[in-house]
Write a protein that binds this ligand. Structure first.
Ligand SMILES: [Fe+2]
Length: 407
């Protein structure tokens, strides 16, 4: 008996068997790419009183997405004959390692203001639907509303995004009636890693399937002027600066406030021009700007100095910022100087919602509040007629800052 020859044969057969199993699993996995919607997020593209926009992905890149929507809160109405159906624009995105996924963007218009709707998104086939979710359109002449401000979730692994989910859960525990979320950028650490986006949306799904998430573009969202992997996840107003990546600059009205989203990563000059034009047309009582790299946040991003002049010129009330991963709130500022309340712009950075905390920077003359508590944070901001109230909390629900602005 030739023992060594037998061993070679056994090893050879084992290798063949293992290779066979791997090939079969690969073929099965490939043939069964999921049609179940994931990374579902709602936004606005147009008027929050009468429209709602949606974006979701599918592992299966071949399907056409649809939205079913019914007035009220009864999921059974989605199965009723004649339920309203809206087609998504479905495209394919290369998510790396030879993998492609489906991107589905839809918008529903002609809705009634101040009204609850139930909806689901999917392929239209059994097993290919999202969980039904309920949202409410903005009321006409709304007098009071709250939104949540968060920034820099910026996770890499699942546990990082568990933390983001925890911060958001606490935010909605304290501000349960919030109408939308402003996220000041750096949603994930590595935008080319789709697993990060899967976790980001998955951990926030119970909120962002109902409550619009309005994102700012951070330096981890747009890299070398490429923001495709970020913008593919959001269906946003198409009213931004010419020559900016679509979906990275936009503005929207809610209640008596105007919100402007700027992109600190590219086309700074072009956005200055657009910002002036946008603010010239603004008829709202309050003006809120959201940016990633701060104008006044422990340090100042010099490239956006010209934007600050426009904020001063048009009397922007509040600038929401990110990037520095610490807490900073300025006194009211105008022309680089501290001014009386109501005479200038307040700049805030609400730490982070992710696992990364920077060492506290040196205190600046313009800071009314500046600290590093090494805890995830969020702010609830309420506008009630001529009064704005900003309240910042940590992940455990402890209030750490509060201020009001009056008109
Ligand atoms: Fe960041």
């Amino acid at each position: 008996m030739n023992v060594s020859r037998d061993i070679y044969w056994i090893v050879f057969v084992c290798i063949l068997l293992i290779a066979g199993v791997v090939v079969i699993q690969w073929l099965q996995a490939d043939g069964k790419a999921s049609t179940i919607p994931k990374s579902l997020v709602t936004t606005w593209k147009e008027d929050p009183r009468t429209s709602r926009a949606f974006t979701w992905y599918t592992e299966d890149p071949t399907i056409q997405g649809i939205v079913q929507i019914a007035k009220g809160t009864d999921a059974a109405d989605l199965n009723a004959e004649g339920v309203s159906v809206w087609s998504a624009v479905s495209t394919v995105i290369d998510t790396g390692k030879g993998k492609q996924q489906g991107v589905h963007k839809a918008e529903v218009t002609g809705l009634e203001s101040g009204t609850e709707y139930i909806y689901r998104v999917g392929s239209g086939e059994a097993g290919g639907w999202s969980q039904p979710a309920i949202f409410k359109t903005e009321e006409d002449d709304i007098k009071s509303f709250t939104w949540i401000n968060v920034t820099d979730s910026q996770g890499e692994v699942e546990s990082d995004f568990d933390y983001w989910g925890k911060v958001l859960d606490q935010a909605f525990r304290i501000f349960p009636d919030s109408r939308f979320i402003v996220h000041n950028g750096d949603l994930t650490e590595e935008p080319e890693d789709e697993a990060g986006w899967d976790y980001f949306f998955n951990k926030a799904e119970k909120w962002v399937s109902r409550i619009p998430l309005l994102p700012v573009t951070g330096n981890h969202d747009e890299i070398n002027e490429d923001a495709d992997r970020f913008t593919s996840h959001f269906n946003l107003p198409n009213n931004g600066a010419k020559d900016s990546n679509p979906g990275t600059t936009y503005s929207i009205d809610y209640g008596n406030a105007h919100f402007v989203f700027l992109n600190t990563e590219s086309n700074i000059k072009g956005q200055k021009k657009w910002l002036r034009e946008d603010l010239k047309k603004n008829t709202k009582e309050w003006t809120i700007v959201a940016i990633h790299r701060p104008a006044y946040g422990g340090n100042s991003y010099e490239k956006i100095e010209d934007w600050v002049k426009v904020f001063d010129e048009f009397g922007v009330d509040l600038v929401l910022q990110g990037h520095n991963h610490e807490y900073s709130r300025s006194f009211p500022l105008k022309n680089g100087k501290i001014v009386n309340e109501g005479q200038g712009t307040v700049y805030v950075t609400t730490n982070t919602t992710g696992p990364k905390f920077n060492e506290k920077k040196s205190d600046q003359f313009y800071q009314a509040m500046h600290f590093q508590n090494n805890k995830g944070m969020f702010a609830g901001i309420t506008i009630q007629g001529g009064m704005l109230t900003y309240q910042a909390y940590d992940v455990e629900g402890q209030k750490l800052d509060e201020f009001t602005l009056e008109h």
